[in-house]
Design a protein. Sequence first.
Length: 334
Amino acid sequence: MNRRFFCFRIIAFIFSPLLFFCLTLASSAYAVPPTPNHYSGDAFLSVDDSQPVSLGIEITAWADGILYGATNTSPNNHYSFLVIGDDPSTPTKDGCDNYEQIIFYVDEYVAVETGIFVSGETTLVDLHVNADKQPVWLKVNEVRPVGDPEWIELYNPSNEMVYLDDYYLLDSVLKFWLSGYSIGPQDYLVIELIGVPPDFVLGDDGDRFVLGWVDRDGFTADGYPLVIDVVEYGAISSDEDTMMKNAEWVDDPNSSLARLPDHTDTDDCSSDFAIDATPTPGSSNDILPVGGIYIPVNKLELIAPYIGLTILLAVAVIAVVYVKKRKRDAGITS
């Protein structure tokens, strides 16, 4: 009886955390996914109604750099599609949050108009394009948040010179316009954060900053800025979903956070960035994966199969030990 009780205690000790985890996931399954936001209207390749798009032009909807809706224009330059909302029962962000800004694309061009996601709403909006005012989607490729000086490295993936007068860096409070900077085609630019107005600095323990773009002289995106790139690192939020996307905390002034592979952007900073002990400001990142394999930080889904296998092996070992003890006890008794 004591042996059985001992085995039951071991099994309970192993399975209690697993049961708690499963119950937590099950409880989230009862969360109701938001109803999509239906958008429709006419699309034009001009700032007015003078150039309606042709049949079959792709219209897409993006939020924070992620695609959440797509369709092709029907006859008479009309479009109609659903923009999905985030399902709270899933661990990843797979749709828009309520009142999140939506950026529309007409073919390859950013539309002048933007939207605000509202679950269950039907929104009519005609989309126009200012082809002369379009951003280049630069990347924040490397960051040194601790050190003297702190710096941010940008990469230009395009084949054209980009003047940064309409670009800015923004943290939770301060905005730093990049007026006067430029970056050549497929080249790097290092911005040292020394004496930049208005004393823009990166948090030592963690921070979130945005590379944004807005046409300050023209007619683009309803006057709203476009989010070109976002970087999150360290402990900056108590929100579990947000924390899962953060890059690691860098506390060494001789190290940096660098994209791996170079220029990679999956909108998950925990996967895209790694600590680089040999920073390479102004050139391609040179992080060498350990053993030829790079394992992103904070990625539970990567280790989940191993957790399950470990539990199965533990149960198998307990079962074998229990059977052997029963046989040995039976032999002793006989």
